[in-house]
Write a protein that binds this ligand. Structure first.
Ligand code: ADP
Ligand code: GLC
Length: 496
């Protein structure tokens, strides 16, 4: 199959969260299964320059596109490279006015005012480039609101072109909380007719909604875990789109994300000072822990349990629960290690916690891929008490690194972590600690359970080894995406 993947971010070129990891890992896995994959991303020159030494070189193709945006015509240039360790072609759309900025979507905590224009341009550029290069994709795969316009452009404008006659579209929801909502006049930027600005297609509560646009026009919809696929059909987690998602339930599939074992593998992770697998995890993790404590200026003690957390600092991720119990928790003998950035109030409260408990808390505000890997390896436990979590990758990385996760039972967390209940302990399937109700006391109770199990070293390492040997390979998930692609193509033939 020839698959065109479109995403606003892809590791190692750009990444703010899980979407970046997933876009490239899924492309690589599909390619390893023998499929031809083209990955389209915007080119963010500043990010590229910062990481130039570890990125493959970008080459000019000499191709330019002129994209109509309202009354303007905007020129973009096509650059290309290859996704490392694969035959995936990466097409980078270069438009410095839109994408040569310090961050991807926001400035000083606020969305860029021209986000609709930026990503309408990118979506149209993808379509134009595919047409001009006669790519003839079997599947156009869009991800989140930033590329939500693509299924609509295919259905409304490009379907008649011979280059797209047999192309089906799939849209993946990574996070329904971000929908790309804009005032109605931004319809002009999309270039689509006002007749599509209606409650069944592009309009939602009076606004233009790019995620809804994608959901309405895509042949098939996926999201990143089976539980989240159910949750988003309910009012409580549907962020206003539950009705549409429920109506399209026969076309909606939840596929759990995987682990890219080339990037997240404790046996050869270049960010780590010691390497390990399930067989020598005790020594390997002890070395990584000591190294992490030293790097962060925490007391270097092997016996103290270290809790890690790497996260966008937003309401989604459950910092309110942690902050509510922090003082009580810090009466215990433990260390808390945070890495993240986001809302100023969360950043401030964690920095303050570190100031008050310098021997027990480390809070690094910023983005560091390397430190993220070192925290995964050097911690004993991982905190992920998210209010909601479409899939979550850090709990998967934690399992693979033998760092037992403590999670709220929601979305992909519910689908990937097995609670250390008596039953699961007895049958050897437990891999972490799961709480049902989103309350500070419920999190605290699980932390205390975890600490009591931590003191039983034999039992603890039994869980660690079970966690490390769980199979979250992308191969399995990529096969499920392939069945969705086939179903999308069949649906497209039945309902052209
Ligand atoms: P989300 O996509 O909602 O942010 P995920 O758990 O799916 O959550 O993925 C988060 C990804 O981003 C992980 O790879 C995580 O390690 C990474 N990440 C998040 N914040 C940081 C940070 N401050 N520094 C480095 N990596 C980060
Ligand atoms: C989103 C979700 C996260 C998911 C990631 C990749 O950002 O918040 O749960 O793992 O996308 O799919």
């Amino acid at each position: 199959m020839r698959i065109v993947m479109t995403s606003s971010e892809a590791y190692p070129f750009s990444k703010t969260g899980g979407l970046g990891d997933v876009a490239s890992a899924l492309c690589r896995a599909l390619n390893e299964l023998g499929h031809e994959v083209w990955l389209f991303v915007p080119h963010y020159p500043r990010l590229y320059e910062q990481n130039r030494d570890r990125l493959p070189a970008l080459e000019k193709t000499g191709m330019f596109v002129e994209i109509p945006i309202a009354s303007k015509s905007v020129r973009g240039e096509l650059l290309w490279t290859q996704l490392p360790h694969s035959d995936v072609t990466v097409m980078c759309v270069h438009q410095p006015h839109y994408f040569d900025r310090d961050s991807l979507y926001t400035h000083n905590g606020r969305d860029y005012g021209d986000n609709c224009e930026r990503f309408s341009f990118f979506s149209r550029a993808v379509m134009e480039i595919c047409r001009r290069l006669i790519v003839r994709p079997d599947v156009l795969h869009a991800n989140d609101w930033q590329t939500g316009l693509i299924p609509a452009l295919l259905a409304v404008e490009y379907r008649a072109q011979p280059e797209f006659r047999h192309t089906a579209s799939v849209l993946t929801i990574h996070n329904l909380a971000f929908q790309g909502r804009f005032w109605h006049w931004d319809m002009l930027l999309t270039g689509l007719d006002w007749k599509y600005f209606n409650w069944q297609q592009m309009e939602s509560y009076g606004q233009l909604n790019l995620l809804k646009t994608g959901l309405s026009f895509a042949d098939k919809i996926t999201t990143v875990s089976p539980t989240y696929a159910q949750e988003i059909q309910t009012e409580i987690a549907g962020h206003g789109l539950h009705g549409l998602l429920h109506d399209r339930r026969d076309d909606l599939v939840g596929i759990l994300n995987g682990i890219d074992s080339r990037i997240w593998n404790a046996a050869f992770d270049p960010a780590l000072s010691a390497h390990y697998d399930a067989a020598n995890v005790e020594q390997g993790k002890a070395d990584c822990k000591q190294d992490l404590q030293q790097q962060l200026g925490l007391p270097q003690r092997g016996d103290v349990p270290v809790f890690g957390m790497i996260s966008r600092m937003t309401d989604q991720k459950g910092f309110d629960l942690i902050l509510a119990i922090a003082d009580e928790l810090l009466t215990l003998d433990l260390q808390l290690v945070f890495l993240g950035q986001g809302e100023a109030s969360i950043e401030h409260q964690l920095t303050e916690l570190q100031r008050r408990y310098p021997q027990k808390v480390s809070a690094t505000i910023g983005f560091s891929e390397e430190l993220a890997h070192r925290i995964e390896a050097g911690s004993d436990l991982y905190l992920m008490p998210s209010r909601f979590e479409p899939c979550g990758l850090n709990q998967l990385y934690s399992l693979a690194y033998g760092t037992l996760p403590i999670v709220h039972k929601t979305g992909g967390l519910a689908d990937s972590v097995r609670d250390a209940s008596d039953e699961n302990l007895a049958d050897g399937t437990a891999t972490g600690f799961v709480f049902d109700h989103y309350r500070p006391g419920a999190l605290q109770f699980q932390i205390e359970r975890a600490l009591s199990l931590y003191s039983d070293r034999t039992m603890w390492y039994r869980l660690v080894r079970t966690a490390m040997t769980r199979d979250f390979s992308w191969r399995r998930s990529a096969e499920k995406y392939l069945s969705v692609y086939r179903a999308a193509r069949e649906r497209h033939v039945r309902h052209p």
